[in-house]
Structure formats: structure tokens, C-alpha cells
Design a protein around this ligand. Structure first.
Ligand code: NAP
Length: 235
């Protein structure tokens, strides 16, 4: 179905639910082995080719320990995320730091440690989850800043890691139906949906298909790009 996307070792952070779990299931259905890294385990049964590993991506010690248990990685998807929304006047230092930590430091640590394995293997593929909110979004100073930062890191790593045959790209989803967006009050969510040209939220499976395409050799000349998947909606 996708070129050279079989029997790969795929690491997905924040994979216990939502987009991470949808991507894990899709990659596993294509006969790849998936390692799900998350603070808490996924609910429900996983297929035999999905392994759960407890890991806080903001903790260098834990990420290093996990990387020691995974001998080889072909694809890394930096997907773990949290929201701590507040207007600029109300946002606390803690809310700001927590979001920047998970999205930016987590993505940095995972990439630094796992890209070293890819460098040795002279092959690899990294996909970072940004967001439509990287262009600015009401009440999301911390999240918008972190997601814009992820774009900067993606483009930097594309420059630095290309020579090792490692591709680095970002996916910037719009409003996708997951637990994260279920936490948005219904009235606000409906207002957001009304602004989407496709007139609906996206489905996690639609992100999973894009991730699989980007991770495959069908996308072999796509490097350092941000792929928007948002039903036509921009903040
Ligand atoms: P989600 O349902 O909230 O899943 C995120 C997962 O990451 C949760 O299982 C969460 O655990 C885990 N996580 C949080 N902090 C972590 C840490 N320090 N270490 C390891 N795992 C951690 O979110 P989602 O909607 O699937 O979103 C996935 C990614 O796409 C995020 O980066 C998000 O910002 C991005 N995104 C989503 C949308 C959307 O509409 N859904 C749009 C644009 C971008 P807890 O539940 O314990 O926090």
C-alpha cells in the first residue's frame, strides 16, 4: 500500500489514546512493530505487534532508559501533548512551562536520543506533531508558541540530519476528534466547526494515513515540510 513501509520499528510518543493510538494501529496493521511511549497505558487490547512502554518524554533519564531497550528504530513520531489553556493575562508560569516542556523539550529529547540511533544506521524518519494553532490561537499562548517552536525544530533537524538519510517533517492538524478536543466546551467547539470549510472535525484515521505516507518511501523527497491537514481551516 505504501512504498517500503513494512517490518519497520516505529516509536510513537503519547500513543495511549487519540492520534497516537490511531497511528499505532495503522502502522501495526501494515506489519510494522510499534512501541507506544506514554505516561499511562492504553485502554483495551492491543495487537501483538504493539508494545507499551511507560515513559515521560520530558524526563531525560526515562527517555534514555527506554532507548536502551529498543535496539533499532526506523520511524519516530513525536506526538505526546497536553493543553493548559488560559488567556495571556491569566496564564500561570506553571501552565506555560508544562506545555512547553511536553511539546518542545519532549520532542527535543526524543529526537536527540533516537536520532543518534538513526544516524548510526544511516536511515530514519521523524514526524513531529505541530498544529494549526502554531499560527496563533485564542487562549493558547503556551500551546501556539510550543507548536510554532516544533516547526522551527523540524526545519533545523531537516538541515542537520539529511546527510544521515534521515527525513524530518511535521504534521499540523486542525480540529481532530480526540479526548484532547473533547475537553473544549461544546459551544466553542461548534463555533470552531462552523469555521471549517469541510464543515466537520477530522478523524484520527485521517492523520494516521498522512503519517504513514510521510514515513514511507512514497514521500522520499519530502524533507523539512509542514503538512497541514485541517479541512481548509486556518486560525
Ligand atoms: P490526547 O488525546 O490528549 O493524547 C496525547 C497523549 O500524550 C495522552 O495519552 C497524554 O497522556 C500523553 N502525554 C502527555 N504528556 C506526556 C508526557 N510527558 N510523556 C508521554 N506522554 C504524554 O491528544 P491528541 O488529540 O491525540 O493529540 C496528539 C498530538 O496532536 C498532540 O501533540 C496535539 O497537540 C496534536 N494535535 C492535536 C489536534 C487535535 O485536534 N486533536 C490538533 C492539532 C494538533 P495524558 O492523557 O496522561 O495527558
Amino acid at each position: 500500500m505504501y512504498k517500503n513501509l513494512i517490518h519497520k520499528h516505529v516509536v510513537i510518543t503519547g500513543g495511549a489514546q487519540g492520534l497516537g493510538l490511531a497511528m499505532a494501529r495503522h502502522f501495526a496493521s501494515l506489519q510494522n512493530h510499534v512501541y507506544l511511549l506514554d505516561i499511562h497505558p492504553p485502554q483495551g487490547k492491543l495487537s501483538d505487534n504493539i508494545s507499551y512502554l511507560q515513559c515521560d518524554v520530558t524526563n531525560r533519564h526515562q527517555v534514555t532508559q527506554i532507548s536502551d531497550t529498543i535496539a533499532h528504530v526506523d520511524i519516530l513520531i513525536n506526538n505526546a501533548g497536553i493543553l493548559r489553556d488560559a488567556s495571556v493575562f491569566k496564564m500561570t508560569d506553571e501552565q506555560f512551562a508544562q506545555v512547553v516542556d511536553v511539546h518542545m523539550k519532549g520532542t527535543f529529547l526524543m529526537t536527540q536520543i533516537f536520532a543518534a540511533k538513526m544516524k548510526d544506521a544511516k536511515s530514519g524518519n521523524i514526524i513531529n506533531l505541530s498544529s494549526v494553532a502554531s499560527q496563533g490561537n485564542f487562549g493558547q499562548t503556551n500551546y501556539a508558541g510550543a507548536k510554532a517552536g516544533i516547526i522551527g525544530m523540524t526545519k533545523t533537524w531537516a538541515l542537520e540530519l539529511s546527510r544521515y538519510n534521515i527525513r524530518v517533517n511535521a504534521i499540523a492538524p486542525g480540529l481532530i476528534e480526540t479526548d484532547m478536543t473533547a475537553s473544549i466546551p461544546t459551544e466553542i467547539r461548534n463555533t470552531m466547526i462552523a469555521k471549517i470549510p469541510c464543515q466537520r472535525m477530522g478523524q484520527p484515521s485521517e492523520i494516521a494515513h498522512l503519517a504513514a505516507f510521510l514515513a514511507s518511501d512514497d514521500a522520499s523527497y519530502i524533507q523539512g515540510q509542514v503538512i497541514h491537514i485541517n479541512g481548509g481551516y486556518y486560525c
